[in-house]
Ligand binder design. Structure first.
Ligand code: ZN
Length: 270
């Protein structure tokens, strides 16, 4: 990619920086978008976070994250729905157009039951999404997280859920790390079409030494990111491309140098 016009970086990617620091550094580097993790909103009124973003000319691309709809009791599941409604309110308050959903899973809940609970949870949040004007973005997670993070593991399953709950306020966030291995990737991206509302990039390292915090910088691994970008953009997607990297290895680096390397990798490998 030749310029930074559509580049966004998640606050979790350079987690050493709080929101004021991240805003100042991203803006100075010419990165126009931010994927805002909820924890970065703690400790100040939402209007102040919004002002921070606005004053730096930054767009809040997504609020990360809602979801976790599964639960052993109806009460637990209702709690999750209420929390997601609060998430939508927060996203609206900072001007983010979508809440990214890590849909939820529990090793004690069979996957088909978990998927049913997730579908019901999302459906229960749709009216509030419409009221706030914020989309619910289903992010299918790599199946290695099917035990306790998400029973929704493919774009195909995300499409199936949206077939049931409707596409007006529910979309799909495609994260390269989670979907690159899928033999039905091309077909399901095409089936998703305009449902795709987010594209997250990083890379898959070999060997991966940690299931959660060993993502690679773009170009460090085996994901064909230009191909993924091409097929996603063939659906008409022209939104921000969000750099989302969790890495114990990279979090140890000098954050200013790391930001420069993220930008370099984005320009070369996405
Ligand atoms: Zn993601």
């Amino acid at each position: 990619m030749e310029n930074l016009d559509r580049c966004a970086i998640h606050t979790m990617t350079i987690k050493q920086w709080d929101l004021p620091t991240a805003c100042a550094k991203f803006a100075a580097a010419g990165v126009p978008g931010v994927g805002v993790w909820r924890q970065w909103l703690d400790g100040r009124p939402l209007a102040e976070s919004k002002k921070l973003l606005d004053d730096h000319g930054l767009t809040a691309v997504s609020l990360v994250r809602g979801g976790f709809f599964t639960g052993k009791t109806a009460e637990e599941r209702q709690k999750a729905i209420d929390e997601n409604r609060r998430c939508l309110d927060e996203a609206a308050a900072i001007g983010a157009g979508q809440v990214v959903l890590v849909c939820g899973a529990d090793p004690e809940i069979p996957l088909p039951e978990a998927r049913k609970q997730i579908t019901e949870g999302i459906a229960a949040c749709v009216p509030h999404a419409a009221a706030t004007g914020v989309k619910l973005a289903i992010e299918p997670l790599h199946p290695m997280y099917a035990d306790c993070r998400s029973a929704v593991n493919t774009i195909g399953q995300s499409n199936d859920i949206i077939d049931e709950v409707g596409a007006d306020w529910v979309g799909i966030a495609v994260d390269a790390y989670h979907v690159w291995w899928d033999p039905n990737l091309e077909a399901e991206v095409a089936r998703a079409g305009r449902r795709i509302c987010g594209l997250h990039v990083c890379d898959w390292r070999t060997p991966t030494v940690d299931l959660l915090n060993d993502r690679g910088l773009m170009g460090e691994g085996c994901i064909d990111l230009p191909h993924l970008r091409r097929i996603v953009e063939a659906t008409g997607f022209d939104g921000f491309i969000e750099v989302e990297i969790f890495s114990d290895r990279l979090w140890k680096r000098d954050p200013d140098q790391y930001l420069a390397d993220i930008i370099d990798a984005y320009l070369k490998h996405v």
